[in-house]
Design a protein. Structure first.
Length: 349
């Protein structure tokens, strides 16, 4: 009998259910997917899943692998981590890219769970580090504020339409203004709650100060990016980050006959993309470096929006770099570098 090197349970997570596939890696590096089952996505289902998987354990341990599917995977990941199990949470784009390499024509929950299992068997995966509780609270609050701002914009548009009429209804206008005032009050409450949360964590305060040194990046933008990435806990490099945010460029080209226009995938976290929009416009207006990047991109292809997206991507990458280095943005860095290079060239001459 062949020796088993690894046991993996791949889980396709949905809002209400967990579609599970169990697999093994043998000493000859062959893989076997040998069991499937579906569980409810709640505490009772988690307990049943763990019991089911444990019965299939062969003395080499079990690794549970799942995608980072919005918020639906989080409860399960926390449960398994609390049970001292090996858990890996994978960025969705990694699984989707891997799926395309398989000879699978039909995409179902079952085939998705099989792909996740096979990915776990073939890769040497890290354990999922459970994020600090502050990031979960920050995400809840920043998303609530985002939804509130969207609602307020819709109400303001309604007020504008009402007041622009030839004979506006005074009571309707008054009620609309009261709704706007109420939403303003709620936003102020959320900001106060965010402020208290940040002030309770000294490390978070220092991080926000450093990140906010980047041109165009304010506290709310920094908070949103940190909250939506759980402090970059699944991000290993800039390429992963831009893909997670949906700011990666996709291009369709086949031979000489088919050539689509390059465009961002938008298959990622929309909250991050939305948060980077206005900071990019601010950086373009007020910072020479980003103004130059924007001008160069516009000169290259003549599309202003595409150039603005390039600045968004650059700013996001810079947030990641500064987070990792814990070093504030230096506006004079490139001037210093240029001066140093010029000095070196003079010495050579």
């Amino acid at each position: 009998m062949k020796k088993i090197l690894k046991n993996v349970v791949g889980i396709d997570v949905a809002q209400n259910e967990l579609v599970v596939c169990a697999g093994r890696l043998y000493e000859d590096l062959s893989c076997e997917l040998f069991a499937h089952k579906t569980f409810t996505n709640n505490t009772k289902g988690f307990v049943s899943l763990l019991e089911w998987a444990t019965k299939k354990e062969t003395g080499v341990g079990i690794r549970f692998v799942m995608e980072a599917t919005g918020v639906y995977h989080e409860s399960l990941a926390y449960f398994l981590a609390d049970q001292q199990m090996d858990v890996s949470v994978i960025l969705p784009n990694k699984i989707s890219n891997y799926f395309r390499t398989l000879a699978v024509k039909t995409i179902t929950d079952k085939t998705a769970s099989e792909a996740i299992t096979q990915f776990g068997l073939e890769r040497n995966l890290d354990n999922w580090p459970a994020p600090k509780g502050i990031y979960r609270k920050l995400r809840q609050l920043t998303r609530e504020r985002d939804q509130l701002v969207e609602s307020r914009t819709a109400v303001k548009n309604q007020l504008h339409a009402e007041t622009a009429e030839a004979h506006p209804n005074k009571t309707s206008v008054a009620r609309t203004k009261k709704r706007i005032a109420f939403l303003d009050k709620q936003e102020a409450e959320i900001k106060e709650e965010l402020n208290e949360l940040v002030n309770s964590d000294e490390e978070m305060k220092k991080l926000l100060i450093i990140i906010s040194s980047i041109p165009g990046i304010g506290l709310l933008t920094a908070l949103t990016v940190l909250a939506e990435t759980n402090g970059f806990d699944l991000i290993r490099n800039k390429k992963q980050l831009t893909s997670y945010a949906g700011l990666d460029v996709r291009e369709k080209q086949s031979g000489t006959s088919v050539k689509g226009k390059p465009k961002i995938s938008k298959k990622g976290n929309r909250y991050i993309r939305k948060a980077m929009h206005f900071p990019a416009l601010t950086a373009i207006r007020h910072d020479e470096r980003f103004k130059a990047i924007y001008a160069r991109m516009v000169a290259k292809h003549g599309i202003k929006m595409k150039a603005a997206v390039a600045v968004q991507r650059k700013l996001l990458e810079m947030i990641f770099t500064i987070y990792k280095s814990r070093t504030a943005y230096d506006k004079e860095y490139f001037k210093k570098l240029e001066s140093s290079l010029s000095h070196s060239l003079n010495r050579l001459a």
